[in-house]
Write a protein of this length. Structure first.
Lengths: 346, 521, 346
């Protein structure tokens, strides 16, 4: 029956049948993070049983280090996906920033200048993407696909397809990757701090909340006076910035700017992880923490398989299957939710 | 003009809105011509008219969606010109559309304050304040909805209330409601009317768009009647009668609009026995060859679902459908088509048209096999057939290759009718769900004529509509539905507006104010 | 509401009106359609290149160019069908490796050309069916399904061989498919096998798409699946057909690739999927479905191929190819966005 009874506010908000109970249960079902955390623990437990070496705490700290570039890049891509836009250029960005950073080292003999130069490429490329998509009205998938090729090509031209090695051998730079604070790897700390900031941004600021409105119902957002274009532009800049941070981290691994960093489908893996984390490709649905859990799950699968002595090859196969399974289960859960809502309404 | 305008009773206060000489032209149609409307604080001003009469266009101009081609518009005495919805909102005008502008994934509170969230001193969103203020706003309306629930989990009626709360959060002085009751249950309608009364008492002006006379009788102070893009009259509701409103609204003798010829009804064609599923309950009826059976019901009564279920496009879990002796498989549209059924749903764009495809390809989609040898399309035959039907149905298109997207609503509907007519001999029964929805009056008459002509060729027609006049005008027999059941079956001679209304109204609600009109008069 | 406002916009702009009246048909086609614009750019490019390089217009170079684009074109034919039908296949790149190694292994085992080809095509059919089954049966977005398939097939190719399966027999007919010539036609020249195969595939599917009921149904299903279903078209059937065609054509191109390389390499086709999709979209197809032509795809593939050919002929570092491809995609999408805005399409 009707849920709204004017002037009968004393009655339960949703009278009749199990509607009230279901409504109270729904938030629990709805929380994607919990389901994904469960999945992560399941994967971790599997490997802990299967491989003795996976039982040490060090494994998980290593995981944090290995997954840091993916986590960081995924922050920006997630926020864009939530706003209903794609960024495929992050894989090429990884190589581009790395090469810019190390080349600047060699040209100026200054580490900080190099890092700043590398980090600045991010917002710059992001701004170009954002300009083309928002001002010129270009499709973001195609635009960033073009940017993927253009950037990768520029890197090839620039480096002649050879890695750019840091001639000064800045140990502080490689220290970023190797270093740890209280046994926690530095890249992991950077990733966690960025995730925390991004989470705060997405959940507590008006801009962050507006992302959901833009991705969920663009008309509603525009009609409510949200500056859709400007916000989308800024998200592209943010995504570029995150990709640049990831790129600098990858370069600091060995103090080398790799022309082929991320060439094996980094952008696709990032998007797959995010989708695994329950973020909808059509925008407006999902949350940042779940997306990050998605990245960690795929990272854990890869790590565990490596510990088991599996080849990259089998890793790829298993990763693909896990991806399909997770997305399928997400779809099933979603349909169950819709179904329960419908029953709730009837 | 049947009468000179009756001066409104509420003209003492300064008008919140004054529209003078508004004109709007769409391709081939003058949607609005020299329309005047004014609305004062604390009144409910109804806009009444048939589909296509111009009321939707008027509110879209008011909302900043369309730009007017002529006339002036004043809000609280100031001349305005809205280039975007934001401009309209900035003048504290809020339009609540049938398709609500809400973000499903966000909470009730976030939707209410979308575009202007309350902040803490540190610049973060103040969720606690937002929830509290939302609760207050809703409580002011006499409602209790949890502000933390995602809007997607609310009922439509509740979502509508969120939109109204949103209007209040922005201190709206004018709220426009576009057919707000079309998806509501009678109890929910009562709630809405209660809210409207409260808004009124606070001095908010309401523009209430509807074509339901009983609702206007209940809540409106004044009414402006539209017909064919013109304002017919503005009158105090208390000073008019429903009979007069209908006369103004329809404005012509019904048989002008409905070229009903003597039917040539043949033997039984479709036999539906205890059909159920998708909310339908034990629906049984029959249609004869050459007969037009009208199905009338309020929105949500299941008339459109019935059409889909017959065709196999909506789940059917009981009963049988037999067409010309052959049982139609449930949930299998292709079987229905193969056995001679055709369906035009009430939603042209979603279920019918392939917008990027050409007019020709859209017309021949269901009959393509006719023009093909072993899947190879004989282009000449296809083009000739399409051209013949463009001619026959008077479809206005610059070429057969024109993407159907660019045609007007009426012409698009004719393309879809041609899609089934092109199946020629194999088409035995055509189901039409609200085929004149959103179509201008001129095209409506042509579509009625087409339907009549098809019936004359022996095709059985099931004609679903929520509009009483057209059902009365075109059907040989009328079924009335309520809550998924058939509640009355009336022959053409015995059907009257009041009988249809009575059979369609729910039990648990008193009948709306009597409408002593025989629409055929 | 949206549709209405589009309609008004459309009429307001004179550009919108001119496309609706087929006045000067050719001029309109040239300047207002994606195919026309591509043709103009391609012609201009050819004129410039033949001025700059005497070799460009030579018979030999033209056939080299056509041979080079054959792999992309064959796969792009399938991808066009699929994208017109509102689905996408990212697994075609990994297919190059997977089908390649499997087919080469079969050839080595049987020394029978037809056995190898049969296995390749069978693999294509199976991958197409799996993609279709997962997309349609489990209702997962084809972007994700085929992304998982991309990962899985690459992994399987790696599992199959550490690097490459070498040609262990010496079937002349097999090598001919990659690098041989079908005949010498006086006045035209020696025509390479890959070009003939590409031409046959193109013509067959161009006819299928424009002249047969199945082709018409592909457009209808892509343009509006619900409407197609309610008009008696089997959406499942049509989409499955498109997936299988894409799988088979990707397999055909993989077969030509191994014949050309004389080995089945496990790293073949990295990034191939994005190149193919980029070309199809450049050719005027839309990921929203229902739009696109094979002529457009052909022109886009030709344009990109000619550009790469020109880069080599002019002695420019071949590293530029990727960058220029990216820029071309960006420019094409930009032009398309402007054209759409002029016509008033969203």
């Amino acid at each position: 029956m009707a849920a709204i009874h004017p002037d009968r506010s004393a009655a339960a908000p949703s009278a009749g049948g199990g509607g009230g109970i279901r409504r109270r249960l729904l938030p629990a079902v709805r929380h994607e993070e919990i389901a994904l955390l469960g999945l992560f623990l399941l994967v971790a437990a599997f490997f802990a049983v299967a491989v003795p070496s996976a039982r040490s705490g060090g494994t998980y700290l290593d995981l944090l280090r290995d997954a840091a570039p993916n986590l960081i890049a995924a922050i920006g891509v997630t926020l864009l996906l939530l706003a209903g836009e794609f960024d495929l250029s992050v894989g090429s960005m990884l190589a581009f920033t790395g090469v810019v950073t190390v080349s600047t080292f060699n040209a100026t003999d200054s580490m900080w200048l190099g890092i700043v130069a590398g980090l600045l490429t991010g917002p710059l490329i992001g701004a170009i993407n954002g300009y083309l998509v928002t001002v010129q009205g270009m499709n973001s998938l195609m635009t960033t696909l073009g940017m993927l090729f253009a950037l990768r090509g520029l890197v090839y031209v620039w480096t002649n397809q050879t890695p750019v090695v840091d001639e000064n051998g800045f140990s502080v730079f490689t220290g970023f990757y190797r270093g740890e604070i209280a046994r926690i790897p530095l890249p992991g700390i950077i990733a966690l701090v960025l995730i925390a900031l991004a989470w705060l941004f997405a959940t507590r600021t008006e801009f962050g909340r507006n992302i959901y409105a833009i991705g969920g119902n663009r008309t509603a957002a525009r009609v409510s006076g949200i500056r859709v274009q400007r916000n989308t532009f800024l998200l592209f800049v943010l995504s570029g910035t995150m990709a640049a941070i990831a790129g600098v981290l990858v370069a600091s691994q060995t103090g080398t700017g790799y022309f082929d960093a991320g060439v094996q489908g980094f952008e696709l893996i990032v998007i797959a992880s995010i989708v695994l984390g329950g973020v909808s490709l059509s925008g407006g649905e999902g949350n940042l923490l779940s997306a990050m859990l998605g990245v960690l799950i795929l990272g854990m699968v890869a790590k565990g398989l490596r510990l088991m002595g599996a080849h990259t090859t089998q890793q790829l196969v298993v990763t693909g299957i896990v991806m399909l399974l997770a997305v399928f289960l997400h779809g099933v859960r979603q349909r169950m939710l819709v179904e329960s809502r419908r029953r709730n309404r009837a | 003009m049947p009468d000179s305008p009756i001066p409104g009773e509420a003209t003492v206060a300064a008008p919140v809105l004054e529209m003078r000489g508004i004109r709007k032209v769409f391709p081939g149609v003058v949607a609005l011509d020299d329309v005047d409307v004014d609305v004062v604080a604390g009144e409910v001003h109804a806009l009444l008219g048939e589909n296509g009469a111009g009321k939707s266009t008027l509110i879209k101009i008011l909302a900043g969606v369309h730009r007017r081609d002529g006339g002036t518009m004043r809000v609280a005495g100031e001349e305005v010109d809205f280039a975007s919805p934001a401009d309209s909102l900035g003048r504290r005008i809020k339009v609540v559309y049938q398709e609500l502008d809400l973000v499903d994934g966000l909470s009730v509170a976030e939707n209410v304050f979308l575009g202007g969230y309350p902040k803490t001193p540190r610049g973060l969103v103040d969720f606690a304040a937002m929830r509290n203020r939302t609760r207050e706003l809703l409580a002011d309306l006499g409602l209790e909805i949890d502000p933390a629930l995602p809007v997607g989990e609310l009922r439509v009626a509740e979502q509508q209330m969120v939109e109204i709360a949103r209007a209040l959060s922005r201190q709206a002085r004018l709220i426009v409601m576009d057919e707000p009751t079309s998806a509501l249950s009678p109890a929910e309608v009562d709630t809405l009317f209660g809210v409207i009364a409260r808004l009124k008492s606070r001095g908010v002006a309401i523009v209430y768009v509807s074509h339901k006379l009983d609702e206007i009788e209940r809540i409106a102070d004044r009414v402006t009647v539209f017909r064919d893009g013109r304002r017919v009259v503005t009158a105090g509701v208390a000073e008019t009668t429903p009979r007069q409103l209908v006369a103004w609204m329809v404005g012509r003798e019904l048989h002008d609009l409905f070229p009903k010829s003597a039917p040539a009804i043949g033997g039984p064609l479709l036999v539906v026995d205890r059909l159920s599923g998708s909310g339908l309950r034990d629906v049984s009826f029959a249609v004869n060859a050459g007969e037009i059976v009208g199905v009338y019901g309020l929105m949500g009564a299941g008339i459109n679902t019935l059409g889909r279920a017959l065709f196999g496009a909506a789940a059917r879990d009981g009963g049988s459908v037999v067409l010309a002796g052959a049982a139609i498989r449930p949930n299998h549209p292709r079987d229905a088509i193969a056995k001679g059924m055709g369906l035009l749903t009430e939603n042209r764009k979603q279920d019918g048209l392939v917008l990027p495809l050409a007019v020709r390809a859209n017309m021949t989609l269901a009959a393509l096999a006719r023009f093909a040898d072993l899947s190879w399309i004989k282009g000449g035959a296809e083009t000739r057939a399409a051209a013949e039907y463009v001619d026959r149905l008077g479809i206005k298109t610059p070429s057969l290759r024109q993407p159907v997207r660019y045609l007007s609503g009426g012409n698009q509907q004719k393309v879809l009718m041609a899609r089934w007519m092109l199946r020629q001999d194999s088409l035995k029964l055509l189901i039409l769900a609200e085929p004149t929805r959103g179509i201008d009056v001129g095209s409506k008459a042509e579509i009625y004529r087409l339907i009549d002509a098809m019936a004359h060729r022996g095709i059985g027609i099931v004609f679903m509509s929520t509009e009483i006049p057209e059902i009365l005008g075109i059907a040989d027999r009328i079924l009335v539905m309520r809550e998924g059941r058939i509640t009355a079956e009336l022959g053409r001679a015995e059907a009257t507006q009041e009988r249809l209304v009575a059979a369609a109204a729910t039990d648990d609600e008193p009948l709306p104010a009597a409408l002593p009109i025989d629409a055929a008069s | 509401m949206g549709a209405d406002s589009i309609r008004t916009l459309d009429v307001g702009s004179p550009a919108g009106r001119s496309t609706r009246r087929p006045l000067a048909g050719l001029a309109t086609w040239l300047f207002r359609t994606q195919e026309g614009v591509l043709l103009l750019v391609l012609l201009a490019l050819c004129v410039v290149l033949s001025r700059l390089s005497p070799v460009f217009a030579s018979e030999r170079n033209v056939f080299v160019l056509l041979s080079q684009i054959s792999l992309t074109m064959i796969t792009a034919v399938g991808m066009t069908l699929l994208i017109v039908g509102r689905e996408v296949d990212l697994s075609v790149g990994s297919m190059q490796a997977f089908v390649g190694v499997v087919a080469m292994q079969t050839l080595n085992a049987t020394s029978n050309l037809f056995a190898g080809l049969a296995v390749a095509i069978l693999a294509g059919v199976v991958v197409g069916l799996v993609n279709a089954g997962l997309t349609l049966g489990l209702r997962i977005n084809s972007f994700i399904v085929t992304l998982a398939m991309l990962t899985i097939l690459r992994g399987l190719a790696y599992t199959f061989t550490d690097a490459a399966v070498q040609n262990a027999h010496n079937l002349e007919a097999f090598r001919a498919i990659g690098i041989g010539f079908i005949a010498h036609i006086p006045g035209v020249g020696r025509i390479p096998w890959p070009v003939v195969i590409t031409a046959v595939v193109f013509v067959a599917f161009a006819l299928l798409l424009t002249r047969t009921t199945i082709g018409r149904y592909v457009y209808a299903v892509g343009g509006n699946p619900r409407a197609a279903e309610l008009s008696g078209v089997s959406v499942w059937g049509v989409k499955t057909f498109c997936f299988v065609v894409t799988g088979v054509l990707a397999a055909v191109s993989a077969f030509i690739l191994i014949a050309r390389l004389n080995s089945g390499q496990n790293n073949a086709g990295f990034g191939f999927e994005l190149q193919v999709i980029g070309a199809v979209l450049l050719g005027g197809a839309s990921l929203a479905g229902g739009q696109g032509t094979l002529v457009g795809t052909l022109l886009a593939v030709l344009l990109l191929g000619t550009l790469n050919n020109g880069i080599i002929l002019l002695g420019i570092d071949s590293s530029w190819q990727l960058a220029v491809n990216g820029l071309i995609i960006l420019v094409a999408v930009l032009l398309d966005a402007r054209r759409r805005r002029a016509v008033g399409q969203e």
